[in-house]
Design a protein around this ligand. Structure first.
Ligand code: BDR
Ligand code: CA
Length: 313
């Protein structure tokens, strides 16, 4: 029997997802009990293959469960232009030898929530399709989750995929609505927090030179997106899922967290997928979402550096 915190990660790898996964694999206080895979950054075929490959490179034996290939209601464009068409920088890696599990991701979320009832830390790093589907199958899911951390949203509507919306929420707003209505408490790392916690490209390059197998692989798959980021966004790289994972793994690194009611915009000519935060509590709804405003930057960078330097288990 282990006293490590069971950690289930729903993810759409994705270059920043991969960094977050390496951080989780490197954390001795948590045990990653599964990766449930969403479509998002790129199609499900690629996100599953990428998850399997990352586990192989990292030398971890974590089960990988394929989820739902499309958003619940409306098709949505992917982010292959940021992450590479295969989601891992189009470097042509040799596919992993290991296979995906037969169980669907939504069913795996439910099963693992029973196996680790009251203890499970669920971290969602992609569109919330799989978690929403699990909730539709079993609305009692939140009762068994100790903590849900989500990377998503733009809390003053300064989005990245549209002027108002952030990618993960915009990709499947109906799923996000289901999840945000169902959980009484969600810890949120939104896009605007990510922008406030940029990583200087020069530092990232130094960390990547650590020479570990994990770091070398990560240097290859992240090169395209880092160059894109320098071109489009300047000196700092915004590794969204890595910040959410830091908040998940070491919550005491959070220096400012504001709890507020939050709604997902499902309609709107310009606002579909926006996260509407009731900052002044005008609607009298509960403060269900704990929004990360500031995280200890040194600790965030240390978690990344250590994850990139770590040797396979
Ligand atoms: C989020 O969208 C994806 O492109 C990233 O992997 C991250 O989860 C940032 O908006
Ligand atoms: Ca992601």
């Amino acid at each position: 029997m282990t006293d490590r915190i069971p950690l289930l990660i729903d993810t759409d790898p994705g270059v920043d997802d991969a960094l977050a996964l390496l951080m989780a694999f490197n954390d001795t206080r948590h045990e990653v009990v599964g990766l449930t895979i969403a479509a998002g950054n790129v199609g499900l075929k690629h996100t599953v293959a990428n998850a399997l490959k990352l586990c192989e490179v990292a030398g971890v034996d974590v089960p990988v469960f394929a989820g739902t290939a499309a958003p619940l209601l409306h098709p949505s464009p992917d982010a292959g232009y940021v992450h590479g068409q295969d989601g891992f920088g189009d470097v042509g890696y040799e596919p992993a030898k290991r296979q995906v599990e037969a169980e669907h991701a939504a069913l795996a979320i439910l099963r693992l929530s029973h196996e680790h009832a009251g203890k499970l830390l669920l971290v969602a790093l992609g569109p919330l399709t799989n978690v929403a589907l699990a909730l539709k199958l079993d609305p009692t899911l939140p009762q068994r989750i100790a903590r849900l951390v989500v990377m998503g949203g733009a809390v003053t509507c300064q989005g990245n995929i549209t002027p108002a919306a952030e990618f993960n929420i915009y990709f499947d707003p109906e799923a996000a609505h289901i999840v945000f209505e169902a959980f009484e408490r969600i810890d949120l790392a939104d896009w605007e927090a990510v922008v406030a916690h940029g990583l200087h490209h020069d530092r990232v390059v130094e960390w990547l030179k650590a020479g570990s197998t994990r770091g070398q692989f990560y240097e290859r798959i992240s090169e395209k997106t880092r160059l894109w980021s320098i071109d489009r966004r300047g000196d700092h790289w915004h590794a969204a899922d890595a910040l959410a994972m830091a908040f998940a793994l070491e919550p005491d690194g959070a220096l400012d967290v504001q709890a507020r009611p939050l709604s997902i915009e499902l309609e709107g000519t310009h606002s579909r997928g926006a996260t509407i935060v009731d900052w002044r509590r005008q609607e009298g709804r509960e403060d269900r979402v704990a929004i990360l405003m500031q995280y200890d930057q040194k600790r965030f960078e240390r978690l990344i550096r250590d994850a990139l330097a770590a040797s396979p288990a």
